[in-house]
Design a protein around this ligand. Structure first.
Ligand SMILES: NC(=O)c1ccc[n+]([C@@H]2O[C@H](COP(=O)([O-])OP(=O)(O)OC[C@H]3O[C@@H](n4cnc5c(N)ncnc54)[C@H](OP(=O)(O)O)[C@@H]3O)[C@@H](O)[C@H]2O)c1
Length: 264
């Protein structure tokens, strides 16, 4: 039995992914803070919506998907009811496995996960790290739960803040890029919807080529950059405006902000 505690956007996306992957609604429990939310989850998914305490007592795997600021409260509530053989998966940005372990106060295995919004379309990038008491079997079990909603990578916990900045926030950078390119299309006199179609299909096509060809991005870019041609004229402008340096600085700033938020 799997329980999702604090079933908001991320919890619901994970739950619907598990159901699409073949888990039965009888194998999943959810918890919510508000009665209307509980009712909506029951109605949409047919899962049992229970209290945090009941979930902690009866599920083998607890997936915590509350916001980071709600984590301490949730852990304090369930602490007396979490036996040491439960797997606890924490999906809250910036919350360390040590924080969860110290609040639960037992040798409970904890795995930390950072996922991203494409979880909604089964294309998430989820990175996972084991806590002090989590071993191979716990990582493998976590991978099995997350694989239906995208790709899963194991990383040392020391790299979680960097992963949050790179792939956790990553989709936002691409949305921003699309926005900027659509503006360029409009500047060139194109209708907004046509520009959006062209840019969206270009980013989807490029992403699939990158993922499926296994080629380095430099090789793929060079293939469409002819000497003295149009693409190199654009690249020259991107370089002149230090776009690469801006990405390095931006993602470093996101990592630093994540650390600040985690420190409270
Ligand atoms: N959304 C993303 O793209 C994303 C990406 C990566 C990581 N994450 C992580 O996922 C976590 C959840 O984010 P989210 O966007 O899904 O937030 P969210 O929609 O606010 O979901 C959290 C849910 O937990 C409920 N809740 C809070 N305290 C509770 C308690 N004690 N018992 C039961 N339910 C409780 C909230 O209830 P109310 O509705 O009453 O507030 C809310 O429905 C965050 O820690 C975030 O760092 C999210």
């Amino acid at each position: 039995m799997i329980a999702i505690l604090g079933t908001g956007k991320m919890g619901e996306a994970l739950m619907s992914g598990l159901l699409r992957a073949g888990f039965k609604s009888g194998q999943i429990m959810a918890t919510a803070r508000r009665v209307e939310r509980a009712e909506a989850l029951r109605e949409s998914y047919g899962v049992r919506v229970v209290s945090n305490i009941e979930a902690a007592k009866s599920a083998d795997t607890l997936i915590l998907t509350v916001k980071p600021q709600d984590m301490a409260g949730l852990l304090a509530e369930i602490q007396p009811y979490v036996p040491a053989d439960r797997l606890v998966i924490s999906a809250a940005a910036g919350i360390t496995t040590a924080f969860v372990e110290s609040r639960l106060g037992t040798d409970v295995p904890v795995v930390r996960v950072m996922s991203n919004t494409p979880v909604l379309v089964d294309e998430a990038m989820s990175v996972i790290s084991a806590g002090a008491h989590a071993g191979e079997e716990h990582l493998r079990h976590t991978e099995e739960l997350l694989k239906p909603v995208g790709k899963v990578l194991r990383i040392p916990e020391s790299q979680q803040d960097a992963a949050t900045a790179l792939s956790g926030s990553g989709p936002a950078y691409f949305f921003y890029l699309v926005e900027a390119m659509v503006d360029a299309g409009i500047l060139l006199g194109m209708p907004r919807s046509a520009a959006l179609d062209m840019v969206t299909q270009s980013i989807v096509g490029a992403a699939i080529m990158l993922r499926d060809s296994g080629e380095h991005p430099v090789i793929l870019r060079e293939a469409v950059t002819s000497p003295g041609g149009t693409t190199i004229a654009a690249i020259a402008e991107l370089e002149r405006h230090s776009v690469r340096a801006a990405f390095l600085a931006a993602i470093e700033a996101a990592r630093d902000r994540g650390r600040e938020l985690a420190a409270g």
